[in-house]
Design a protein around this ligand. Structure first.
Ligand code: DLL
Length: 437
């Protein structure tokens, strides 16, 4: 059902008049800049270096004057160096493991948790979830923000929450069926795993009351959406967020599925040229920079996310006044350079899934041979094709051509046995880099 959330008071800010929104944003921004300046040494030092005082921020157009924050700032001040309130005010800590070394640590005051609960509640409402639904949360609970973030949002909506966490996929499928679950929140790769598990047990998810999936924490393509929706009968919603800013609930798709609405009353988006730091106009693709407009434990001002997208400012048919971002198909960190060509794993996924009969389970390995970079991509066979060598070879050729047409590079494809690629229960690791440099 479309726009069924308009009547829900929790969603009122999604339809705020844009002038009123800008007034609210400026007021919150000024409070945050003052709070960070007074309480975070790193931020104050950078402001002083630039000769800036909090009162110099008089309009939203002054935002680009402020210094950027980056992930390294969190690592350099590990664990608590960016906290802006005393520990007695902090009621929750989360951490994200990242790729190397120490995790980054994030913190919340009671007021911060209220904001998070609200934006996650609004997110789930935008996906058509209400107090009448049973919601299974299969993001990992713990230091990862996915589990508890989605949990609190679903509870705020008054839905019946099944806190399944990740793992034990057989039990997940059992819960989906036995509890008559209506909505599931997990990574898209984990949902694929559940679909496979259900298949193995002869359970057709399309026959269950399951109707909505809220998927995020990793990039996924339109092709992946189609596969999942077709095999499970659900409507899939893309949800975006990151620990540094709050966790899940920064942006979500509405029923139009044409970009993700950013909760701009709490998160101010900018797009910059990743090389020069210059702010780009709406519509142009670049790095997403976010400012948290109400985050007291750890204010993040002009935080460079490394995620590439563009801002869509045209009005959405759903009636929300919040601007949208395009699906985050990629992180600048995930890009690899292959023989001089920039390649994103999502391009390879898109190429594979354009081919009918290709499975969405794949793994990319980069390796060096005779001093040259090589890419090998393994794609699983659909069980029904197993043993039919002619069809398998035809599939391999089609995938090779499809990926070449998108990326411009010729990739070595290997079709492997069904279920031979390790399944993910959280964020999938799609690329293994064995190159020697
Ligand atoms: O992944 C928060 C989250 C949990 C979002 C559950 C959505 C659902 P981190 O572990 O800090 O936090 O990872 C954040 O994951 O900068 C993106 O690169 C990526 N990411 C998150 N959501 C999406 C998405 C959580 N919908 C990093 N599409 C971000 C693409 C995403 N990438």
């Amino acid at each position: 059902m479309k726009n069924n959330d308009k009547a829900n008071p929790i969603c009122a800010p999604d339809y705020i008049d844009r002038d009123a929104l800008r007034t609210l944003q400026l007021q919150r921004l000024r409070t945050m800049v003052r709070h960070a300046y007074d309480n975070v040494a790193l931020f104050r030092g950078r402001m002083l270096d630039l000769g800036l005082k909090p009162d110099d921020i008089r309009s939203l157009d002054d935002l680009p004057k402020l210094p950027f924050m980056v992930k390294k700032d969190l690592r350099d001040t590990y664990p608590f160096g960016l906290f802006a309130v005393p520990m007695s005010e902090i009621v929750r800590l989360h951490a994200s493991s990242g790729t190397t070394g120490k995790p980054i640590v994030v913190a919340y005051t009671k007021a911060d948790l209220d904001v998070w609960r609200q934006v996650m509640g609004r997110s789930l409402a935008a996906a058509g979830i209400s107090r009448n639904d049973i919601v299974q949360i299969s993001y990992g609970y713990g230091l990862f923000t996915g589990g508890l973030g989605a949990h609190d949002g679903a509870e705020a909506l008054g839905a019946s929450v099944v806190p399944a966490s990740g793992g034990n996929t057989r039990r997940q499928v059992m819960l989906l069926r036995d509890f008559g679950v209506n909505a599931i929140c997990c990574t898209p790769s984990y949902f694929l795993h559940m679909i496979d598990q259900a298949d193995t047990e002869g359970i057709d998810l399309r026959e269950l009351p399951l109707r909505v999936g809220v998927f995020g924490a990793e990039p996924w393509t339109q092709g992946m959406r189609e596969r999942m929706e077709q095999r499970s009968g659900i409507e899939a919603f893309d949800i975006y967020g990151l620990s540094e800013i709050i966790g899940p609930g920064v942006a979500i798709e509405c029923h139009e599925h044409d970009g993700l609405h950013i909760f701009e009353d709490y998160f101010y988006p900018e797009i910059i040229d990743p090389d020069t730091g210059e702010v780009l106009p709406d519509g142009e693709v670049g790095e997403l920079v976010l400012t948290s407009l109400s985050k007291y434990a750890m204010p993040m001002i002009r935080y460079r996310t490394r995620d590439l997208t563009r801002i869509i400012s045209e009005p959405c048919a759903c009636g929300r006044t919040l601007r949208r971002i395009d699906r985050i198909s990629t992180r600048s960190d995930d890009m690899f350079i292959f023989r001089g060509v920039n390649v994103f794993p999502s391009q390879i996924e898109a190429g594979i899934l354009r081919v009918e009969g290709a499975s969405p389970n794949y793994r990319i390995t980069l390796f060096t041979s005779h001093g040259m970079d090589n890419i090998a991509v393994e794609v699983e066979l659909q069980p029904e094709m197993y043993g039919d060598d002619e069809r398998v070879e035809e599939l391999r050729k089609k995938i090779t051509a499809s990926v070449e047409s998108i990326t411009g590079i010729r990739v070595l494809f290997k079709v492997v046995e069904p279920f031979s690629i390790e399944r993910s229960e959280g964020k999938a690791k799609r690329v293994i880099d064995n190159r020697t440099r």
